[in-house]
Ligand binder design. Sequence first.
Ligand SMILES: *Cc1c(COP(=O)(O)O)cnc(C)c1O
Length: 497
Amino acid sequence: MTEATPLSGKVVEPLIYELSQPGRTGLTLPDPDVPEAALPEDLLRDDVPLPEVSQIDVVRHFVRLSQLNHGIDKGFYPLGSCTMKYNPKINEDAARLSGFARIHPLQNPLQVQGAMALMYYLQDWLAEASGMAGVSLQPAAGAHGELSGILIMRKYHVDRGDARRTKILVPDSAHGTNPASTSMSGLQVVEIPSNADGGVDMDALLEQCDDTVVGLMITIPNTLGLFEANVKEVIGAVQGCGGLVYMDGANFNALMGIVKPGDLGVDVMHFNLHKTFSTPHGGGGPGSGPVGVAERLLPFLPGPVVDMVEEGSDEEPPLYGWVMPEKSIGRVKAFYGNFGMMVRAYTYMRMHGADGLRRVSEHAVLNANYVRARLRDIYHVPYDRICMHEFVAEGRWDDAPGVHALDISKRLMDFGMHPPTNYFPLIVHEALMIEPTETESRETLDAFVAAMRQIAEEAHTDPDILHGAPHTTPVSRLDEVKAAKDLVLCYGPACGG
Ligand SMILES: *Cc1c(COP(=O)(O)O)cnc(C)c1O
């Protein structure tokens, strides 16, 4: 199988796929208790040979494959901006309760009141934590929340008879999804440069602020891991020219229980349940990016949303129903969003409570600052001040010219750790964006610091170790473009191999 993979690197351990032996089975079926009937001939195919394997072969095959990959359950994962915190296993217990897992979105609401109550409380908790007036749980990811938020802002302006506004201002320290979702909405992106402190350049902002601005889309804390020191002035300036303010809330892990975006004057924001609220992510599985809005935007929320349509009494529980907000931008997702993620996020919030969520953010910020303080004498940190939940260092040295951020990241894999985010944000050369999260122990952080210091030493004394890394993984350097663009996800006759 090795030659079929789009990998340029050496293969340390061959992957064995041919396990089939004629006649071998992994299970026995009980005798049928209904009359046997022949399968319809025209539906039977013989061009997809199924492997004949025992149960233990199947289990070992998939466990082995799973161990070739890196995951948060296997090791440290400081992938900046992605908030790869530990996902508590109790979330999985809750999501598997049959009342949540075995229901259907087309069921009569009267039969799924428990699930609707959970969604109602989750909307409420997110609104409370953020200071927003209302929340829709529909969007399936952060970027999807952004698109929904932009459509809400646009519709708000059009609804009050102002259709001239077509521009979204986006700071250059924004996450890549911000300009992307703006473009998808059909509006125009106007980039606002950063100032020397890594914040929004106020003069540049004021220059662009006029009656063609739909709004500003700002990531807080920004992708440098810095809190926008002038946040009130920035928001005031945009609202002063009639625009709305969208906060990309993917970095909410730094703020919970400390800052409510609604108190700052933010009009719209999204949450990444799969980052801040510990639902598993990566690998393209389901996410959840609820969008929250201030009072004046409530009628435009995507829907339907859950509402309490009848209050309960001593004898009767409350009644929940689906409600379409009056001027809704419409449905942005089939049914009601990725419900399993909502159960996990709600479980996480209830487990922590309000005080616990504040401690989560405090520890996330503390861990990031601890690592920054222990690396800044060796790795240049261009915007070197107290950071929030992550920070950005340079992965380069003038006296080690052949070494790049990528080499450092690849070498880190030899220590059993996932690399930081590379080459982002774009405003830092050879960026290494490091987000340890709150769930890591002092020992893990120290091990990371030790690895990073050893790598810096090697970069100066023996750079070939870095250039050849990783040395201990099942495959070494990938052709990254080919691996992403030309991914081979099937094996055998099904993909012509
Ligand atoms: C992750 C992230 C997003 C996008 O969220 P997805 O769920 O991946 O679509 C947007 N902004 C920031 C700052 C992020 O970190």
